[in-house]
Design a protein. Structure first.
Length: 65
């Protein structure tokens, strides 16, 4: 299944910056051209609340030094 369709508990996903940009673009409603401008340094992380029936919500963003 797709991420979030069957998750009943918090889920940790570890991935590369490109996939992180895609998720952030989805959550923030960014266009493809704006997505390319999102700068994520190695070690960056974010938290998204993605509950059934509700739009995804960015609740935390940390860009590593």
């Amino acid at each position: 299944g797709r991420l979030g369709e069957s998750a009943r508990a918090p889920t940790l996903v570890v991935t590369h910056a490109g996939a992180m940009r895609a998720v952030l673009a989805q959550v923030l409603g960014l266009t493809d051209s704006h997505r390319a401008r999102v700068a994520l340094t190695p070690g960056s992380s974010f938290v998204v609340s993605w509950l059934a029936g509700a739009p995804p919500l960015l609740t935390a963003l940390r860009c590593a030094d």
